[in-house]
Design a binder for this molecule. Sequence first.
Ligand code: ZN
Length: 280
Amino acid sequence: MITAAPLPGETAHRFTRKGHEIQVSVIEVDGGPAYGHVLVFGQPGDECLVRIHSRCLYGDALRSDDCDCGPELDKALDLIQAAGAGVLVYLEQEGRGAGLVAKARGYRYSELEGTDTFTSYEALGYPPDARTYHHAATSLKKLGLKSILLLTNNPDKADEIRSAGFAVTVVPLGTRPLSARAAAYLEAKRRRRKHWIPTDAAPWAPDNWDSDAMVTAPAGRLRRALRALTDSKRRFAVRRRMAAVAVPEQRQDRAPESVPVSSDNAEYLAVEKVSSTVLA
Ligand SMILES: [Zn+2]
């Protein structure tokens, strides 16, 4: 792996999570801390794992079951730790950029009207998604990165980072919805914003995998990334997981309401088993 530009050593320290230690350095996002922070784990170079995550107080800190933000962040950190290096760009864009009050109003509107979150935002006069990844892109450039493995299900995010000049390989993040509301939210993101929801996390969501816009990671790139993993056991677990999301099984016959969000679902159990071995 090519080593990126020297990191600001004055913030480098040990970071321990799930019993595993990694070095982290902290940098303010380009534009200032009001936009967010960059956490640089290990010594990332080109082809490293990158998660660009917008703040969600409910999901990230309070571990709400109502959205997939917490599990997405958790899984991204699992993979970065397993790889031994990577970057988390944490952006202050609560409520898809509209703020926490807007998010709360949106939840209330959805409860009263039965609408999805994007419709609720529009009804309340908020843009459905006001987030921007411009500051994240310029921050990543300052790290000396040119090509990244982007941990995301969001095609808009991938497009914006790619148009900023990066070679982007998308690695979708499969997460298990923690509630019926979270499952509905995933479905709304898939349907309204064309998010790539891996079939192992959302078996009701097959059609976007056929889309021309779907960027599957070229096998060579993933292989190079996986070679960077030092522990063969972890390498095996991550390869199995990436293979699962890169070559999804088509399930056109399933409707959203026909798939129970339940720990009895064998697919979920399989995904959980693989993810739990990543850091084992
Ligand atoms: Zn959330």
